[in-house]
Design a protein around this ligand. Structure first.
Ligand code: SME
Length: 157
């Protein structure tokens, strides 16, 4: 990762995770930091699989406009696609992707990164941008690192 801002944010999340008590605290810290430091990341949030209904994602801590999508079946949306495919999904132009579930009319592009624990997806980080094509290779590497840090935090509990 070339961008020092990405490296610093990931390092701060890692450090916070070393003393955090609750997953929700680490998630809230992460969404706040990411949204504050990266101006094109306009909506930043976690969706976690419902342990009682593993086919459904539940909205967790987020930063940005409130969304009606508080529960998303894994058969729907870009969020569902990332779980179903088991990998990061990047959409450069949400208006041309039929899977897209609108959260804000201003959103132009989106990236969803799965969080794994012991090889199983337990949730994801979802980011929306008002800019088209906002998420490149570096963003993906950075967010996959953030997802790995959160996954390790969960695994250690
Ligand atoms: N756009 C997402 C829904 C969540 S909102 O962006 C916050 C999707 O298509 O799954």
């Amino acid at each position: 990762m070339q961008n020092p801002v990405f490296r610093e944010i990931a390092a701060e999340i890692q450090r916070f995770g070393e003393t955090a008590r609750e997953l929700a605290d680490l998630q809230q810290f992460s969404v706040n930091l990411i949204a504050e430091k990266l101006s094109s990341y306009n909506w930043v949030g976690f969706y976690m699989l419902d342990p009682h209904e593993p086919g459904t994602l539940v909205l967790g801590p987020f930063r940005g406009a409130p969304t009606e999508h508080v529960r998303i079946p894994i058969t729907e949306g870009i969020c569902g696609a990332a779980v179903a495919q088991g990998e990061t999904v990047v959409v450069d132009d949400v208006s041309s992707d039929p899977r897209y579930l609108a959260c804000s009319l201003e959103t132009r592009s989106e990236i969803v990164v799965p969080i794994e624990v012991n090889g199983k997806i337990v949730g994801e980080i979802d980011i929306d941008s008002h800019r088209q094509k906002a998420f490149g290779t570096e963003d993906r590497t950075f967010l996959e690192l953030c997802a790995a840090i959160v996954g390790q935090f969960i695994a250690a509990r």
